[in-house]
Every structure is written in structure tokens, then in C-alpha cells.
Design a protein around this ligand. Structure first.
Ligand code: HAM
Length: 427
């Protein structure tokens, strides 16, 4: 029978990669905790209408990338393509938003039916933050400064750049949209096919077009800055002042519009040149209208999400010090000869109970001394504990350093157990 394969664009994350993931997740959790942000978890599946209404009917995500299906009851459900919609739904439903200030983070799998390539997958993972009840630019700035701190802690500063823009209020965007459509309609036949389609559905996304002909037309197009409302302008100036004060470098990119419809005012992305086309490792912005749009009371909100796979690719690709995340057993226990397996088994348990919570890998399944030592070496353990018939008879253990150029030595098991904290400090 044919072997069943994983779904295209959905990856297995193997033991050699999980330590980098853990390093990333642990570091993010520590940084978020420093900023007083609490973790929330919400479902992977929601009603389809939630995503259509929040992300927007004419976005790429809703038009062609969602995993949508009917459940046995005939209800239309969708695997979450992002976290913001579900986070807002959960917080609103639980009565956590009205007249309150909240800071949440979440982490988990998201699903988009995109064409898979390096850094772009159909199941991918995000770590995101969403903040509610704060309308000033201080919280926008704090989130951006916090991500900069995270890059620093991960060793990625200097490999990512911040791009920033303000897309203004909904009214200002409406006026700009009309002017843009009026202008572009005059050059309709010079636009690429996608942009022609977007002219009536989502004209702002045309600004994102990579097509050379369309870009040429855009050179003379009206610019949003001329339409921006005073409130959004003040907000953006305020945000820039905060960032300037703490020395965060950024580039204002007037063409940055993002691919989801719920944004207003601030939008930002952290971009790397080390991942080719999929260079955005983190994106976010303000979405003051979304809570109301989903049936809640007006609530200002701002957040971001980063792609874990892309950050992992960066961390491994840059060959940064993997001692930051690599984990190896302290001891690998081998057993050869009569009675040795039982002795080794109970010794391993005693070692795990010793001070300093040592990590111990017990050789299971027998085999020659040579083959067991090969496994010990492969495990990257710091020491092998050799148990043979003489050790069993004397209730002793032979300690063999595997990473340092030191002599092996045999000592009574009880003495060894007491010495473990000192042994672990040695190397
Ligand atoms: P987004 O820009 O669609 O925003 O996604 C955020 C990040 O997720 C991207 O910058 C990228 O690193 C990663 N990502 C997106 N799609 C894929 C994919 N197919 N494969 C691998 N990584 C991917 C959002 O999702 C918003 N919810 C962010 C936000 C939160 N805005 C406000 N709050």
C-alpha cells in the first residue's frame, strides 16, 4: 500500500530543531513577562464569518487561502489563518474588553493555503501580542521597542530592519481610495491583471504590486500623506518621537499597507534580507475599529505577530551560537555484563534524583561495549557512566568524561551521587 505522506506545506518539527524553537519561545515568554503581558489560548477553529468580517472579504487570505469546511452540523468553520480575530472574539465574549486595559500574548499554529516555499508554509506558527483599551502612541511604541528587545535577546539585532507607516483613519483612507481609483482608472490598461481586478475590490493593495508597469503608473499617483487626518498625523508623530527617544532606527515606508483590512493608523513590519522573498518576520499595527466591527463596544487596539519558522530559519542560518539552545544529557549510562542492566537502571534513577536535576540518558537494549559507547558519543553527553560486572560487584561506577580531555575514574556509587553537583560544575 502507498505510504501516507504529510500534507504539502505542513512540516514535522524534529528533535534537532525543537531546541531552537524552545529557545525562541522561552525568550519571547520572558520578554513578554517583563512587559506585563499575560498568555491566552483560544481555539484553532472558529466560525468562518469571524475571519471574513475581520480580515476582510477581498483580502488574499479570505479570497483564496483559508481552510474552510462544513462540520457534521453543516456549520461553516475555518482553521485560523491568524490570531488577532480569535483573540478579539475570545476577549470580547469573556467580557474582558469594555472599559478595561488588557495585554495578551499567544502562540500556536495558523493555516493558510499559500504556495509553499522557503519561509512560507500552509501550517505555520505565530507568536502574537494584542493590547486593548489604549489609544495613544505610547503603547504602539512600547510594542515596537519590546520586539527590538526580543531581537537583541535572540542575537538577531542588526539582521532585521523596522519599516513603519500610518494608514490613517477609515475616513481619510476612504477619501484617498477615491482619489487613487480615479487616477488609476485613467491608466487601467497599463496595470497588471491582479491590480486591474483590485481597482474595484481593494485598490490600496495595488500599492503593493511588484509589477514594473504598475509601479511606473504609481510613481505619479496621489500620495496618502496628503489625505491623512490630523489625529492620525499627531499619533504617528508621537510614535516616532518615542522611538527616536530610545534610539530605535526605522524607515518610514509610505507603501506599507499590510494584507489584512482591519488596520488603522500605525502599521509596521520587521524585515530581514537573509530569507529571500519571505523576509517579513514580524508584522502588526493598530486596529481601533475591529472590536466594534465584531459587535463589541468601540475599543482601541494594537498588536503584532511574528512567524516562528522564519525566525528559526534566521537563527539556524546565521549559525548563531547554538550553545544558546542546544541541550545535551549530562550522563549517558552504559551497561555490559551479568547483572549490569538492573544496576544501571536503578543508578540512572538515583542520578536523576541527585542535586542539580541532572539529565540522564540510559542505554536500553543491550549490545557490545563498543556500540554502546558509539551511542554515548552520538548523544553529545558530557560523561558516560560505565557499568560492568566489576562495578556491579563493588557497587561502584566508572565516570568517563566525553567532552573534556580527562582521565576516567572509578568511585563508589554513593560517593559519586554526592559528588554530582561538583562534577557538573567542572565542565
Ligand atoms: P501577517 O503579516 O499576516 O499578520 O502575519 C504575521 C507574520 O506571520 C508574518 O510576518 C510572517 O512572519 C508570518 N507568516 C504569515 N504567513 C506565513 C506563512 N504562510 N508561512 C510562514 N510564516 C508566515 C497577522 O497575521 C496579524 N494577525 C498580525 C497582527 C496582530 N496585527 C495586529 N495584531
Amino acid at each position: 500500500m502507498a505510504r501516507i505522506q504529510a500534507i504539502r506545506g505542513m512540516n514535522d518539527i524534529l528533535p534537532e530543531e525543537t531546541p531552537v524553537w524552545r529557545f525562541l519561545e522561552d525568550t519571547a515568554r520572558q520578554v513578554f513577562t517583563q512587559y506585563g503581558i499575560d498568555e491566552v489560548k483560544f481555539p484553532i477553529v472558529e466560525q468562518t464569518a469571524l475571519f471574513v468580517r475581520s480580515i476582510g472579504e477581498v483580502t488574499d487570505i479570505v479570497e483564496k487561502e483559508m481552510y474552510t469546511f462544513n462540520d457534521r452540523n453543516g456549520d461553516s468553520l475555518t482553521l485560523r489563518p491568524e490570531g488577532t480575530a480569535g483573540c478579539v472574539r475570545a476577549a470580547e465574549q469573556q467580557g474582558m474588553l469594555y472599559n478595561q486595559v488588557q495585554r495578551f500574548w499567544y502562540s500556536g499554529p495558523m493555516f493558510r493555503y499559500e504556495r509553499p516555499q522557503k519561509g512560507r508554509y500552509r501550517q505555520f506558527h505565530q507568536i502574537g501580542v494584542e493590547c486593548f483599551g489604549m489609544s495613544g502612541p505610547d503603547i504602539d511604541a512600547e510594542l515596537i521597542v519590546m520586539t527590538a528587545r526580543l531581537w537583541d535577546r535572540l542575537g538577531l539585532s542588526g539582521h532585521v530592519e523596522l519599516e513603519l507607516n500610518s494608514i490613517g483613519s477609515a475616513a481619510a483612507r476612504g477619501a484617498y481610495k477615491s482619489a487613487l481609483v480615479e487616477y488609476l482608472s485613467r491608466y487601467q490598461s497599463d496595470l497588471d491583471e491582479d491590480s486591474q481586478r483590485r481597482l474595484s475590490s481593494n485598490p490600496l493593495r495595488i500599492l503593493d504590486s511588484k509589477d514594473a508597469g504598475t509601479q511606473k503608473v504609481l510613481n505619479e499617483a496621489p500620495v496618502f500623506q496628503d489625505y491623512m487626518d490630523a489625529d492620525s498625523r499627531d499619533h504617528f508623530d508621537g510614535l516616532r518621537r518615542y522611538l527616536d527617544d530610545v534610539g530605535i532606527a526605522y524607515k518610514v515606508n509610505p507603501k506599507l499597507v499590510r494584507g489584512l483590512d482591519y488596520y488603522s493608523k500605525t502599521v509596521f513590519e520587521w524585515i530581514t534580507s537573509s530569507l529571500g522573498a519571505q523576509g517579513t518576520v514580524c508584522g502588526g499595527g493598530r486596529y481601533d475599529g475591529l472590536v466594534e466591527q465584531l459587535g463589541g463596544r468601540p475599543t482601541p487596539a494594537v498588536g503584532f505577530a511574528m512567524g516562528i519558522e522564519r525566525l528559526v530559519l534566521m537563527l539556524t542560518g546565521l549559525s548563531l551560537q547554538n550553545s544558546q539552545w542546544a541541550s545535551h544529557p549530562d550522563f549517558y549510562v552504559t551497561a555490559v555484563g551479568e547483572g549490569s542492566a538492573a544496576f544501571a537502571f536503578s543508578l540512572a534513577e538515583k542520578v536523576r534524583s541527585a542535586a542539580g536535576t541532572p539529565t540522564v540518558q540510559l542505554h536500553c537494549g543491550g549490545g557490545s561495549f563498543k556500540s554502546q559507547m558509539k551511542k554515548a558519543d552520538k548523544s553529545n553527553a558530557r560523561y558516560a557512566l560505565l557499568i560492568g560486572e566489576s562495578e556491579v560487584a563493588a557497587q561502584s561506577v566508572t565516570l568517563k568524561p566525553l567532552r573534556a580531555d580527562q582521565e576516567q575514574k572509578t568511585l563508589p556509587a554513593q560517593e559519586f551521587l554526592e559528588l554530582i553537583p561538583q562534577i557538573l560544575e567542572l565542565t
